[in-house]
Design a protein. Structure first.
Ligand code: NAD
Ligand code: UDP
Length: 341
């Protein structure tokens, strides 16, 4: 609510994992929400519980195409635009790399133009991938990154970097007010079982008793943020009224190796799955951990959900979704010990 009236918000990519949780939070705060999504990786079931809400609306469209006439109508009121449209998992964004690049560049430009026309504040879901395989650790917003511009991850990394360029050019020339979040690995309920990212893969493999796939030797690190913490960061960043120095990292600084993550999921599920090693994908970053000083100072934000707690909720959700009773999930007894060969 602002000045006693509810906000009108467009969420591009709102049918996805992060977007659907954002919609829940916005509607919970009294906003009117329109989702724009082409369902490339998003799912209608993520939004099914919102379909009857009179403050919720859904448009099936691709941001790469000219935006639907409804959004271009001069009668449309928009206070905020969140741009989350873009497949986020390497498996999905590499399936059609050209479309991924165009989604970030043409799609972001289309939405920025809409923000300029409507006077809406614009939020860009950027990524820690703009840091590439980082030579600076942990990564702070002042680091310019180390990205291979021609590799298989480039369609995503360079697309997101170009999107940031467009966003800050629009801001510099006074065409719209912008917020840019550099999101680090986030997990939670509503990830797709076939998403391909490590948390969903490992949990699904552990629950079904399949082999757990570790790419490379498992010594690469990531820092995982629980979804509700990320969404809280989004809202604070979008609502922040003072001038911002640039993008803001949002993530959990608790860094661990992929092998350690696997150990924790095995302990949590009591799974007897074996671990198998697969080749490390090309350009897979060696390590990643956010420096969140900026978010903490400016937004008073830091993640609150410990990994064990977030994993437990995520495992319970996957177990429920895929037909296993959630009481099959065990308390994490001991996390030490070797990984089964
Ligand atoms: P997701 O794949 O679940 O959601 C992306 C959504 O965008 C989907 O609903 C998809 O259908 C939609 N979409 C994709 N291309 C589109 C297009 N051209 N037109 C319209 N809709 C389109 O991914 P997510 O994890 O929810 O990520 C959401 C955003 O956050 C993405 O922009 C991603 O780059 C960013 N991000 C996520 C993470 C993470 O760990 N989840 C990390 C860094 C950045
Ligand atoms: N990974 C893995 N097994 C899997 C999926 C991913 O070992 O089944 C590794 C992957 O190579 C990377 C890390 O886990 O080093 C995180 O991968 P993810 O795709 O979740 O995110 P990103 O690489 O984009 O950070």
């Amino acid at each position: 609510m602002k000045n006693g009236r509810s906000r009108h918000v467009l969420v591009a990519g709102g049918a996805g994992f992060v977007g659907s949780h954002l919609c829940d939070a916005l509607l919970g705060e009294g906003a009117h929400v329109i989702v724009l999504d082409n369902f490339q990786t998003g799912r209608r079931q993520n939004l099914r519980h919102l379909e009857r809400d009179p403050r919720f609306d859904l448009i099936d469209a691709d941001v790469v195409r000219p935006l639907p006439s409804r959004l271009r109508s001069s009668r449309l009121r928009l206070d905020q635009i969140y741009n989350l449209a873009c497949a986020a998992s390497p498996v999905h964004y590499q399936a059609d790399p050209e479309h991924t690049m165009l989604t970030s560049v043409v799609g972001t430009h289309n939405l920025l133009s809409l923000a300029e026309k409507s006077g809406a504040r614009f939020f860009q879901a950027s990524t820690s991938e703009v840091y590439g395989d980082p030579e600076m650790h942990p990564q702070s917003e002042t680091y310019w990154g180390h990205v291979n511009p021609t590799g298989p991850r480039a369609c995503y990394d360079e697309g997101k970097r170009a999107a940031e360029t467009l966003v800050f050019d629009f801001a510099r020339t006074g065409r719209c007010d912008v917020r840019v979040a550099r999101i680090f690995n986030t997990y939670g309920p509503r990830m797709r079982a076939d998403d391909g990212r490590v948390i969903s893969n490992v949990i699904c493999q552990a629950l079904s008793g399949d082999d757990i796939t570790i790419y490379g030797d498992g010594s690469q690190t990531r820092s995982f943020c629980y979804i509700s913490d990320l969404v809280e960061g989004f809202l604070r960043l979008m609502e922040h009224e003072d001038t911002l120095p640039g993008p803001v990292n949002l993530g959990n600084p608790n860094e661990l190796t992929v092998s350690d993550l696997v150990r924790r999921v095995l302990a949590l599920t009591g799974s007897q799955s074996s671990v198998v090693h697969r080749p490390l994908p090309i350009d897979d970053p060696r390590r990643r951990r956010p420096d969140i000083t900026r978010a903490t100072k400016l937004l008073g934000w830091s993640p609150r959900t410990p990994l064990e707690q977030g994993l437990k909720k995520t495992v319970a959700w996957f177990a429920e979704e895929h037909g296993r009773p959630s009481d099959a999930i065990r308390e994490p007894a001991r996390l030490s010990g070797s990984i089964p060969a």
